[in-house]
Design a protein around this ligand. Structure first.
Ligand code: ADP
Length: 396
């Protein structure tokens, strides 16, 4: 009990931070934050885990390195009274449609989903196991696919032989779900309207890019599929190609399946079209009149329009169209490019609003003209905060 009402109660959960971890095969991103206020006390990334010449041998060593870095920043992990650890997990497969408190069974199930995400899930399991040994607090897994578990069967089903699809859990899952969900809630708040009333299209444009159609807060379509390769043009990923391209490259060019997979994931998209995947560099080249950069931007925007048009057809009406992530928050060119020619659909961008502060948006902002049929907004995403909040909700 706290006798003095003016003193914060040390047992008050809302003061205690959550540690959010995102474990990759050779990196560990971390952020320590209080979910209610969003106050971040530390964040960073430990890289080159397990690589030759690195002094970080494995994920357990990475946690030690993180602890030391936090101490350098004046944060003593033993003193902060950690509430829980929230883990970002890429693939929840058909099993996980919501965040879960982690136990041995959950770890085994995430591991068992590895065929669906061979690069990501084993790394997540390694990170979770190391963190469970290191921190004796509840651990929660938050899945990148979970928000899209609501896709109706006609949206999630590929037209391939049914028994094969069932046997191997082949379907559209979608990714970036934590961001799409966070941004859809935040944009409803920006409008001061309940999310249940809104038809939303969210465009998450970062290094990876994805679009979603959300009706009343429930996702009904998204552009990524079985893997994050499907859909929009991305920094290094092709997005949609003719599925026949694989057979063509195999037969005509003699590439192996692994080579094709690597090419479409790592050497395509903006990088494949221009030699650079960073939008800042692309912008400089556009300013200089570079032809390849022009075509890359046109292809990028063309594909975006394709999805927005499709989502209008699926939703019947769009109330809010939201841009988020690195490119969405910082490229007025992409936002204006999408809106160009869409006034007939009620989609327009006000140039002054779109280009204010060099087009860099740090707070939820409306960029459509007053009275537009569709509100076009830019809403910064915050996946760590979303993971911390979902974690706190499960362990309070
Ligand atoms: P990730 O998918 O890695 O989380 P981000 O959401 O951080 O990616 O977005 C990265 C992308 O955002 C990069 O292509 C980067 O060039 C772009 N970006 C970041 N800042 C700017 C900026 N000021 N202008 C244009 N693009 C930007």
């Amino acid at each position: 009990m706290n006798d003095n009402p003016h003193q914060p109660d040390p047992s008050d959960q809302t003061e205690r931070p959550v540690l959010v971890l995102n474990a990759g095969s050779s990196s560990l991103k971390y952020q320590l934050l209080v979910p209610e206020s969003g106050e971040v006390s530390a964040s960073g990334v430990i890289e080159r885990i397990g690589e030759s010449g690195s002094d970080v041998a494995d994920h357990a060593a990475a946690l030690e390195a993180m602890r030391a870095r936090l101490a350098d920043d004046g944060v003593d992990l033993d003193a902060v009274s950690l509430r829980a650890v929230g883990h970002r997990v890429v693939h929840g497969g058909p099993d996980f449609s919501e965040p879960v408190v982690i136990d041995d069974d959950v770890v085994a199930r995430i591991q068992a989903l590895s065929p669906l995400a061979p690069l990501h899930n084993p790394a997540a399991v390694t990170g979770i196991e190391a963190a469970r040994s290191h921190f004796d607090v509840p651990h929660v897994a938050v899945f990148d696919t979970a928000f899209f578990s609501t896709l109706p069967p006609e949206a999630s089903t590929y037209a391939v032989p049914r028994d094969l699809a069932q046997k191997h859990a082949i379907r559209r899952y979608g990714f970036h779900g934590t961001s799409h969900q966070f941004v859809s809630r935040a944009s409803a708040e920006l409008l001061g309207r309940p999310v249940e009333e809104l038809n939303q299209v969210v465009l998450h444009l970062g290094n990876g890019c994805s679009a979603s159609a959300i009706r009343g807060g429930v996702a009904i379509e998204t552009s990524m599929g079985l893997t994050p390769l499907q859909g929009l043009v991305m920094g290094t990923r092709s997005g949609d190609v003719d599925p026949g391209l694989h057979a063509f490259l195999s037969r005509q060019v003699g590439l192996s399946i692994d080579e094709i997979d690597e090419m479409l994931n790592k050497r395509s998209g903006l990088l494949g079209l221009t030699g650079v995947n960073d939008f800042r560099e692309l912008s400089k080249r556009l300013d200089a009149g570079d032809e390849a950069a022009r075509l890359a931007l046109d292809v990028f925007v063309h594909r975006l329009k394709h999805y927005v048009g499709a989502y209008l057809a699926h939703l019947g009406r769009i109330d809010v169209l939201v841009f988020t992530a690195g490119v969405g928050q910082n490229s007025p060119r992409v936002r204006a490019g999408l809106a160009n020619g869409l006034d007939g659909l009620g989609i327009a961008v006000d140039p002054a609003r779109n280009e204010a502060d060099g087009g860099r948006v740090t707070e939820p902002t409306v960029i459509s003209p007053d009275g537009s049929r569709v509100v076009v907004a830019v809403v910064p995403t915050n996946e760590e905060l979303a993971i911390a909040r979902q974690t706190a909700d499960l362990v309070h």
